[in-house]
Design a protein around this ligand. Sequence first.
Ligand SMILES: *Cc1c(COP(=O)(O)O)cnc(C)c1O
Length: 359
Amino acid sequence: MKLFTVGPVEMLDEIKKVGGEQVPYFRTQEFSNLMLESDELLRCFMNAGEGAKSIYLTASGTAAMEATIMNCLTKKDNVLIVDGGTFGHRFVEICKMHEIPHEILRLSFGEKLTQEHFVPFSHSKVTAVLINIDETSTGQLYDVNIVKEFCEKENAYLIVDSISSFLCDPYDMKKNGIDVTIISSQKGLCIAPGLSIVVLSKRMVEDRIIKNQVKSIYFDFKTYLKDFERGQTPYTPCVGICLQMYKALKVIESIGLEKYLDDIKCKAEDFRKRIESLSVYIPDYPLTNSVTPVFFDQDIAYEVFLALKNKYAMTVNPTGGVLSKKVIRVAHIGATTIEDNKILVNAIKEIVESYNTMK
Ligand SMILES: *Cc1c(COP(=O)(O)O)cnc(C)c1O
């Protein structure tokens, strides 16, 4: 089975090898060193800026989103949430649950985020913006410059879920004034699920994390900050996945981040060019390199997903909700190649043709 999914993704052989090894005991200097070295690389790849601190959570990405809101925001905030799909909407649900005052910038499907969208919110004393820089459910890569400008003007914190964009698209915390970056192991890092990371700017740590009282034992960042000074976490981490992370970061370091990102971009562009030969549609808003949404004329998307998986041993992302019959999403991260693109597009072509002859 070959995975063309955003997460878990098709993993490199080197990573699978690490996954097959004995998980070591972790309260040791050796494990601390490995975590500290990984963290150095990770913060370097996102240009986290001086004094930035990372929180390593054994949890899925949603837990990191929720923990971020619990630790970084309070009931005195007025948060602006960009809700342009499933994951933006999840931020709304989390803020509701934790009674964080919020306003919603809602995008309809296919709508591109522009500067004008922010105009109505420029007088409402926004204290923080929450955005999924790639809204994975649509593949739209929002223009970080627009959000950055708004946050600077409003003096608001910028909190970014970059789960399907970091290590897929260029990403720079310092340049873009980003205060929080949320990532998760199974997406951009291309390793097994289970590890999520929150990287905090110096000012977020000093203004908020240190001062906020969090009503949670597991998710209180203060204990994580303290323990990570020596490369440890307060509770048992997903040790095996941490080892995979180390390997993944070392692989990217040896390739060079820029070349690594370029290769993903090439794979994405190659796929988009090939799929154009079929009667399908790709949205015209800016797309992330990590995934391409493919729209079919007929209501066959879910059937295409099933046929690919069951007859061709290739898995793509189906789409949830109202678009499930219309859209599949094809990922370009992980151990897939241009050659795999050819095979995948041919398979999709055969499936679509078989539907057309049935008609
Ligand atoms: C995958 C993803 C998440 C987290 O999902 P989990 O299933 O909780 O890991 C959050 N945000 C975005 C943009 C994602 O792509």
